[in-house]
Ligand binder design. Sequence first.
Ligand code: ZN
Length: 449
Amino acid sequence: MMIRTPLEDWIQRKISKAREDSVPLTRYFLETYQLQKIRENLLYVRENSPFYRSLLSDAKTDSIQCFEDMAQLPFTTSGDLINHQFRFLCVSQSIIERCVTLQSSGTTDHAKRLFFTREDLDHTLDFFHHGMSTLVQPGDRVMILLPGGDRPDSVSDLLSRALARMAVQSLAPGPDPETTTDAIVQQGITCLVGTPVQVLALARYRCGENCLNTRIKSVLLTADYIPVAIANTVERAWNCKVYRHYGMTEMGWGGGVECEARDGYHLREADIFVEIVDPKTGKPLPDGEIGEIVVTTLTRVGMPLIRYRTGDISRFHILPCACGTVLKRLDQIAGRLSDGDCLVSGMPLALPILDEALFSLPGVNDFKAELSARQDKDCLTITLSLSPEADQDAVATVAREKLMAISAIRRTQLVIEFPQFGISSIPASGNQKRILSDHRPQSNRRYSG
Ligand SMILES: [Zn+2]
């Protein structure tokens, strides 16, 4: 029988404490709690954050009686985070334990800064503890391939401490796939946590004679868009269960994690409230409809966020989860608003489509995709990162076939080139390239440790 997500009991305990009595978790109690927290939060940020005092000066914060009333509140954007930085703070800088800088264009002038107090970090640690209990049991050993290493209060450190609460030991990876694979075998690792591209590189290492098969019981993919092609490849390579986690630094790293059903994210609903809105109009959408994920923090002390536009695209499932929880279920992330680019013809070309086409090919560990216009034609330049054993010519041929099967590419007669293999047909006209995707370990789009 399927075990209900452990997040439900955890959230029930958190909320019961807040209500000073103990009641079984129902949607009604959870949503009553969320509305109360939203109202308290609005008063708190208006009182303490210079940014929100100004942004919400006209908002009737005490009139939030139902979630539909949220629509009258303005959004917070990533541009606001870049432009107002310290003005978001609700507390003195002296009690900030961790400041994370997210570079958006290579300079600190255009960086987001996220501030966390000890209490904020403890909320995340608590979520990691209960979320990971779906994947691991006491005695398991986890390798954490996330940024931050052993820096205090980095995402890796918080996860490691959360696991220690469950008597689960965690270890850091080696500098390359070979030493990492050796360490997994020698240390008896049973679970991996990492970005999709990192884990894929391990799954494809020593292709064919995979020495990790049957050693790894579970894998948590996180910190980036998770292509189905990568999750499937990892499951097949190691005969293990792949779970997905959705989060971003703005949420305090943790957002939601799959249960045993592995069919959508259960969110830390006592700490965050999530809306789905129409990306163009900003209008909230009903469950089942696809739109942009907007997050309001409920328990953040240092830097709460009100209706923060994440740029991520998803929807809430309408049907309840097979695990039987009352928690909502967020569908797989369909990509980011910024992932898409338009071809000369006006046809959209979204990065996740390239991800699914290329990551399904044996030998492809990562890729870089650039779009440029040449002689009035779009040119897609692909640079592949291949496993050492891969047959370069064969992979380039199959990759070309896969890309040509994408309707946006086929219908616009896009030119595809692989310069690393000498496949380049039309001279460049000097137009600037638009980078669709850089190699993922460097760009690491959602997380900074
Ligand atoms: Zn579930």
